[in-house]
Design a protein around this ligand. Sequence first.
Ligand code: NAP
Length: 308
Amino acid sequence: MTEKIAIIGSGPAGLTAALYAARALLDPIVFVGPAFGGQIATTTEVDNFPGFPNGLQGPELTMAMREQAERFGARMIEAVVDSVDFSQRPFTLVADGQTYTAESIIIATGATPRPLGVPGETEFVGRGVSYCATCDGFFFRNKEIIVVGGGDSAFQEGLFLTKFGSRVRIVHRRDQFRAGATLQKQAGANPKIEYVMNTVVERITGNGKVDTVVFKNVVTGKTESSPVEGVFVFVGHEPNTQLFQGKLEMDADGYLTVDDRLHTSVPGVFAAGEAHDRVFKQAITSAGFGCMAALEAEKFLAHAAVTA
Ligand code: NAP
């Protein structure tokens, strides 16, 4: 059976697209992907999604979105899409060895945390190096933690990690943070947070697990070793678009090229969220893009039916 619409990804963009597509009676299927909910599901407090005056946890938000989409008939498929063929319609997708066809596609594959790229990082992933405070913070009770980065993620996750660590040092390569004022104020008021400015991590070392980080001050050029058990890296993201290399237009960094109505370079294939958005990257903007993509897909299908 050919689906009317297949959505790849289950973060705020994918789940909002599913809600709108389901309410338009398009019976969407959603490929959940490697981890349900996307990045927001690994976040702790979400305080800036409108409608929740007291905030809520990331996983609660994505579960609520899922239930809402399912209420109108969206179907979740717990599988990862391994390959796509957009050369003709219906489009073909293969997920966990099974083939699906669909008249339109919404790509909501999001983005993945960017690695630092320093010696020792890959070696110690899961043994002191982490990209997810919610997942791993618990393992660092009363331990020395550093957070690398100077954006909202570094501050938000750094604040969360103060629940566990004896001290949380935010290590930033410049002398000014990119993070928003509210988060900076909260961190400034937290006695467990310290700042290490103008500094990069040069390497991470240990014996089976991380025990030392070598810092380099980028102004003085001086290096210094410091005992550290937890290294949390929040230095931005890379779009999850490798699957579409050579099949859809994208820029040099891998962000999908879309027009102002979220059409990709292939008619009938739309993108929503951090797979194309390098600017806003908020749960609410991704949800908005999901809505827009579903409305455009609906129009595309109606037009395709008339002209068929
Ligand atoms: P980001 O805003 O891109 O910040 C990345 C940080 O990492 C920057 O401070 C950057 O330094 C630093 N960095 C990048 N590459 C580095 C490297 N190789 N070595 C050392 N430092 C490096 O990423 P983000 O904090 O993950 O945030 C992404 C988006 O999500 C943003 O739009 C943000 O507003 C949003 N977000 C919002 C919230 C919230 O509203 N509560 C929470 C999390 C994320 P420079 O500053 O020098 O470039």
